[in-house]
Design a protein around this ligand. Sequence first.
Ligand code: GLY
Ligand code: MN
Ligand code: MN
Length: 427
Amino acid sequence: MIEEKEYKARREKLIEKLDEHSISILFSAEPKSRSNDTEYPYRQNSNFYYLTGFKEDSAAIVIVKKKSKAKTYLFVAKKEPALELWTGKRLGVEGAKEIFSFDEVFEYETLQTFFRENIVEKQTLYYDFSHNCEAHNSIVSLCKNFYAYKNLAKKIAKARLIKSSAEIAIIRKALSITQEAHHRAMSVVPKLQYEYELQAEIEYIFKKNGAYSDAYTSIVASGNAANTLHYISNDKAIKKGELLLIDAGCEYDYYSSDITRTIPADGLFSQAQKELYSLVLDVEKEIISMIKPGVMRSALHTKSEELLCEGMVRLGILKGKVKKLLKEKKHKAFYPHGIGHWMGLDVHDEALYKNKKAKEIPLQEGMVLTIEPGIYLDEENETVPQKYKGIGIRIEDDILVTSQGCENLSKNIMKEIKDIESLGKKK
Ligand code: GLY
Ligand code: MN
Ligand code: MN
């Protein structure tokens, strides 16, 4: 639970970074149509949520800064009983005033008028360059004579890189639910026939524990499907002897978890599966052990490429000298993605990996990132040794950078071969 005083402090910190004569606007997320007149469940824009904790649509934040003084405005939908009958209660202006410590709270309908009255040319307009809705576009065009336009989303993304203790507590909670889900998957898998059954077991645990949603669509990929990185159809029959790559994490109170485990369909790894799995697991542990403030994420990636390439040579998947293979990027055929990404309100928190001068941002205390090496050996790839064909393995954990090193926030989600096998055997 994040308190209003933390949201307020976030707004104040942002204000310090804004140009002296500026006006900033940020809109809530648009409701999304699914088909005809049905909608996806509403989810607030992560940046908007980061600054407010406000969960309704048809809302906007405006910050007017003059010299070092700033005023903050929240615009919210008015209470309308006839609409609320269908879509639920709104806080309305009075309700919002009680909870949120903005200087003023106004009705959303008055936003355009407010802007017209507060426009002073020769100031900077901050807005989210990627936002695209009618109200937003018309405000941006009202400000066509401003002298500078800057991306507010980038500024917020930068603040979001460092998590507070309240945010970390929520990520821990999300991970405790995701842990229960993955352990359940490990123990029930020998009894199930279809990938979607396993998906249902996992997502049942999410919902049962109050995790409103998945942080992303679950991947439950059996056998060769694991070699499709974004496999989400989850509709195949699970065959005996195959591995299942399960990339699933819940979102709890708006914060993500992002965990991959690869487990045997019938509870036991074969020898060939063990060889590949141990390689990925060793690399994952080695990379996690490198994490501390000052280290570059790109160094972690490069090291993971080296270690996986060496391992693949050892196992006969790649042939030749490691250095030359790396130079020629031969390993990319089997390890095509990055080592990990920032995680927080979004499963992929905005990709701010470089600062303004295009210099890479080093790891800092309070960052949360995933570490997720993998090897993907498609059954159609003729260069892959027969015994490894059709195997795809990824192991993914969520890591907090601490002052001295790091903490693996998902360390209790089993990943040792013997532990996974013993869970699979129990029932
Ligand atoms: N689940 C998405 C990812 O691992 O990045
Ligand atoms: Mn993942
Ligand atoms: Mn990930």
